[in-house]
Design a protein around this ligand. Structure first.
Ligand code: SF4
Ligand code: SF4
Length: 670
């Protein structure tokens, strides 16, 4: 016998379940219009993949999942896409949201689909993907995507799998009838989950006010390893954390999720949907919904296509609008009033409650809190509801969070027991919405600040880089200017002067070389002449028998030695200037003499006019160079003294040229 634990608080409101349990599940049929919100109960909104006017088949994906933690939207029946626009939906905010509207064709024509009856041959991740693709969500609570919940298993070992069949909320019997009528499918669905999670223990918790469901499940679960556990009827035993505590004695720590203590909990309806998805290949297109309340003549459970307007469903149950005060989605404890009877049913719609005013009267005006503490006694989450109320009234959001507001499961037990009839849950819902909005605002502000700082850094970096580029350009320009100036100073003027100097140096070198050669040659010629003269005088003295002959002979010998020395010096010089120079040897004097004689002869052969022309050509050459230097110097804006000096040179050469020209003219005339 399994030990059953209890949880703190809880209440026992009137169950009001029998009204809807008199009939089996009925098929609600195909409404003329299906309204399918893109925003799912949890996860990011789906993305439409159809266009208005397009024909769709039952089970066809009409909006793709945004990411792995969100769900796709399927067509609940065949028809034509009538609109993709904003419609009112069942949400406490009453705000419209984007929906795909299908005008059904009554044929209920399926898209091609197939299941995986041999799912044990598949890897758990592949089975989870089938569940994800089928859009299965938690059908008993917040509508959290089942695949996302199951995906925690590979990272955390799951010791206990719990199937939630408690269905503690008054009026609602959807899970009860489902467990009665589809117990075998639920047990097969549990086997799929056991294949995915490999838990040591599998428990199905059902409140003991559902004996038929318990019996049906026990019969189906024979020899499967799944244990059906009847638990005491107490609201809210169907809360996930409360059911875990009842069955295992474990408490889920504040701020943590059940899988973190090795437990995964799935609703009984979700398990049946998982079976349909995996074995039959059918997406989650419909669910069992309790339609009840004193305003409907035949309260019962219906198998209802998702997207069916509540008005259509209520009419199926014999809705008497005149008796009705409001339409509630959910039960009397956790349900909320919908803004319009035309809003569609969604995956989390477990009940459409149409009470009369006498049945569920509008709460009287709230009185002041008398600090009775009954709310704290009733709270299954062991919170301090009255303190949360004060903080919520004062907008003290930090204190609300510090007092674990988000552990509140919004069960309404505190409001139910409050003698002052304070709508405590509404304060908590509003405070949660404000806090979440504040977190979103903070996150947006943080992202905006991050974007701003990133942009500032980028702008500053760009500015720094731009300044660095500007400085580099400036330096380059300055260097270029300096280089240009330097070039202009050195090249046209300095370089020209340098060139001129180099040329002069070369000319001097050539002149020096020429004069040296000439001097040496002259020296040879002159020594040779002196030797000839001395020899002639010696011959004359010998012929006359003069006593000067001895001295003259010594003079001839010395002169001959000098001639030899001059020839040797000339030869060495020529060899030093011309490495490949071939020594003329004994013919040197004759060669030099011949060269000198030839040069003199060529000079002597020129006419006076030719000599002047030769001078004129040289002068003209020098004048051209000087004028070129002067123009360049003026172009570069050189110093005045440089320009003046060049102008003087040009003027002097022009004058000389003019004089030479006149001389030439005179010579030609003569
Ligand atoms: S039950 Fe109501 S009156 Fe009593 S302490 Fe709580 S909020 Fe105040
Ligand atoms: S609604 Fe929240 S605070 Fe009130 S009893 Fe339930 S869990 Fe506690």
């Amino acid at each position: 016998m399994r030990r059953i634990f209890s949880f703190h608080g809880g209440v026992n409101p009137p169950a009001n379940k029998q009204q809807s349990l008199r009939k089996p599940i009925a098929d609600a049929g195909i409404p003329p219009e299906l309204i399918l919100p893109l925003a799912q109960p949890a996860g990011a909104p789906a993305i439409p993949v159809v266009t208005v006017g397009e024909r769709v088949l039952k089970g066809q994906v009409i909006a793709a999942a945004h990411d792995v933690d969100s769900l796709p939207v399927h067509a609940s029946s065949s028809g034509t896409i009538h609109a993709i626009d904003e419609r009112l939906v069942a949400h406490p905010s009453g705000h419209p949201t984007s929906c795909i509207v299908i005008a059904t064709d009554g044929r209920d024509e399926w898209v091609s689909h197939s299941g995986a009856s041999d799912y044990r041959a598949l890897a758990p991740a592949d089975v989870i993907q089938l569940i994800r693709n089928a859009g299965v969500a938690g059908l008993g609570g917040a509508g959290f995507p089942s695949a996302a919940k199951l995906s925690a298993a590979p990272h955390t070992p799951i010791s206990t799998l719990i199937i939630n069949g408690a269905e503690c909320e008054p009026y609602i019997t959807a899970d009860d009838v489902l467990m009665r009528e589809r117990a075998a499918d639920i047990i097969k669905g549990i086997d799929i989950l056991r294949h995915i999670l490999a838990p040591r223990t599998t428990l199905v918790g059902v409140e003991d006010n559902k004996p038929q469901a318990i019996a049906a499940l026990q019969a189906a679960a024979q020899d499967t390893g799944t244990e059906i556990v009847a638990i005491p009827t107490k609201y809210p035993s169907g809360g996930e954390t409360q059911l875990i505590e009842i069955l295992t004695g474990k408490q889920v720590p504040s701020g943590e999720l059940p899988f973190q203590i090795g437990v995964i909990c799935q609703n009984a309806g979700s398990v049946a949907a998982i079976f349909d998805a995996v074995v039959r290949g059918r997406p989650l297109l419909s669910r069992v919904i309790t339609v009840t309340g004193a305003s409907v003549r035949e309260p019962q459970n219906f198998q209802v296509m998702l997207g069916t307007p509540m008005r259509y469903l209520l009419e199926k149950a014999g809705y008497e609008a005149g008796r009705n005060s409001r339409i509630i989605m959910g039960g009397s404890m956790m349900g909320f009033t919908v803004p319009d009877s035309g809003v569609p049913v969604v995956k989390t719609t477990n009940c459409v409650l149409a009470p009369t005013a006498a049945e569920l009267p509008v709460p009287p005006p709230a009185q002041a809190c008398i600090r009775c503490g009954l709310c704290a006694e009733a709270c299954p989450a062991t919170l301090l509801p009255q303190q949360l109320f004060w903080f919520a009234q004062g907008g003290e959001f930090d204190k609300l969070e510090a007092h674990h507001l988000f552990d509140c499961i919004e069960c309404g037990a505190c409001s139910y027991v409050c003698p002052s009839k304070i709508p405590l849950v509404q304060y908590y819902r509003a405070a949660k919405a404000d806090i979440l909005q504040r977190h979103r605002d903070r996150e947006q502000a943080r992202l905006a600040r991050l974007r701003f700082e990133t942009r500032q850094q980028r702008v500053e970096r760009a500015g720094t880089e731009k300044e660095a580029r500007r400085v580099a350009r400036k330096q380059a320009a300055q260097q270029h200017i300096q280089a240009t100036r330097s070039e202009s100073q050195e090249d046209p003027i300095q370089a020209a002067i340098a060139r001129a100097n180099a040329k002069k140096a070369a000319q001097r070198a050539r002149a020096a070389h020429g004069s040296e050669l000439e001097r040496l040659e002259k020296d040879v010629v002159a020594t040779h002449t002196r030797l000839a003269t001395a020899t002639a005088k010696l011959d004359e003295a010998l012929a006359q028998g003069s006593e000067l002959a001895v001295a003259l002979r010594e003079g001839v010998d010395r002169t001959r030695a000098k001639l030899a020395a001059a020839e040797r010096t000339l030869r060495d010089y020529q060899r030093s200037r011309q490495p490949g120079f071939a020594s003329p040897g004994a013919d040197m004097t004759e060669t030099v003499l011949a060269k000198a004689i030839a040069a003199r002869a060529a000079e002597a052969a020129l006419s006076p006019a030719d000599k002047i022309r030769k001078d004129l050509a040289k002068l003209q050459q020098r004048l051209n160079k000087s004028e070129e230097l002067l123009a360049c110097s003026r172009r570069n804006g050189d110093e005045e003294k440089v320009i003046v000096a060049l102008e003087a040179t040009v003027a002097r050469l022009t004058e000389k040229l003019s004089a030479a020209q006149q001389l030439l003219n005179s010579a030609q005339d003569s």
